[in-house]
Design a protein around this ligand. Sequence first.
Ligand SMILES: Cc1ncc(COP(=O)(O)OP(=O)(O)O)c(N)n1
Ligand SMILES: Cc1nc(C(=O)O)sc1CCOP(=O)(O)O
Ligand SMILES: [Mg+2]
Length: 517
Amino acid sequence: MSAIEQQRLIVWTIAGSDSGGGAGIQADLLTMHDLGVHGCSVITANTAQNTLGVPAINAVSDEVLQSQLDALLDDLKPAAIKIGLLANAAQVRLVANFLRTLKAAGNRIPVVYDPVAVATSGAQLTEDSTGAAVLTDLLPLCDLITPNSVELAWLARTHVDSAETVLKAARSVRGNHETALLVTGGHLEIEPGTTSDLLCTGHGECASHDWLIGKRVDTRNAHGTGCTLSSAIAALLALGYPLKDACVVANAYVRRGLRLASSDHIGAGPGPVGHCGWPDALKDFPEVLLAGSERAKPFGTFSESGAANFAAEFAQPDSSRLGLYPVVDSVDWVEKLAEEGVRTLQLRIKYPRTDLREQIERAVAIGRRYDVRLFINDYWQLAIECGAYGVHLGQEDLQSADLKAIQAAGLKLGISTHGFFELLYAYQFRPSYLAIGAIYATSTKDMSGQLQGPQKLARMAALLPDYPLVAIGGINCERASVVAACGVGSIAVVTAITEAPDYREAVAQLQAVLESP
Ligand SMILES: Cc1ncc(COP(=O)(O)OP(=O)(O)O)c(N)n1
Ligand SMILES: Cc1nc(C(=O)O)sc1CCOP(=O)(O)O
Ligand SMILES: [Mg+2]
């Protein structure tokens, strides 16, 4: 094994072999390789199949299944596990016991289960009694399960044919478990020309759901999409992607595979989905449905209050490259940095005093005098009243702020995002800029669990090449050129300037990085 391969994270697939090479273990290993992890396989059944059907399942014995799991555990410990076809209830219980033992030993390994029950051809792939064992034994041990609507109906023992019935069935399958559920929408067309995946996450009071709407690709080469999606999610979880990010990137990976394999001819029946590398085109990514948009109506998530406050397409800044963007907590800093020729600034006051309005008024006046794009963090009403250039809001503010009022007043709007899911969500509002953070660990604010790093930043920036993008979090003079090379036109900093030994020197260095071609 080469040095590079030894550093690769290991992901297991516990699934059936597809002799036709389009789905099952074969699709899983192609996906894992494509996304940069090392795939190991535990074969549950040697299916005899081609693009026309599945003549035989050929489940392996419990001993054969167990021996593969034991061999891998001895030497090739996984960073994530994907489970696909389990041919009978005994296999479900065996795999569940294995996972239970792993967890009892203190292992925290993400598990994604794609409850393969019916092939795209319509062939039944698992014994009927398997569904009950899945719900009682396996589901509680999984982080995510990814049924399509047919498999969801099979698990929930109900009919699924609309957004409402998908949601109801998904809730009944999840019960009280923390296991997230992603219902893939390839079999059900809720909105013409699109696929709608339902992602249910959280637990108890925090339970929520999101619809991911993607362009439907007109192709018959869709064999193996479920296996590809679930193994892509497992690979991404192994690589440290949060669950929602892993789901939207995997969704795009599959759509890219469908799009690029659409003209292939492999076999006389539906050919395999392609495995075509990292998804770097926005058109392959799903849109995250917003509750206030008209589009939410057929999904039952439309609310009058959401609609009353929904606004998109905010005023664009004069340049998509906002340059150096210091974020400071006082009017003094606004003035000192404006004097240094900084063109974009944010006033971020986290401990407001009684003279907050006056501070904002003074900052706005300085901004006007020096022709600075001055954004006010959080206090959108005062920003409107004082005539600021713009407002910066966090994701959670999007529910409470009056977006229509911000838009009507002509203020620019910047929105914080942390990862692919939030980026896609915030992009629906078409704000004046999108901030991506935290790129590195920062002492200014607790961003643990939300660190992106330059590779993810570059991948996100590639999706929106012409959009005003701002990188923030832990960026200093040494790191600035790496960050700028990721494709953002602006870098926001707090301590790199406010705690610099010489702030003028820091401004000059950071500006030089951002202005160099
Ligand atoms: C440019 C920029 N990006 C992100 C943030 C963070 O904003 P938010 O999520 O609202 O968090 P607080 O700043 O309010 O703690 C920002 N301020 N500026
Ligand atoms: C205020 C803030 N927001 C972030 C985000 O990721 O949304 S990171 C951050 C702190 C930035 O401070 P510094 O430049 O000192 O690391
Ligand atoms: Mg804020």
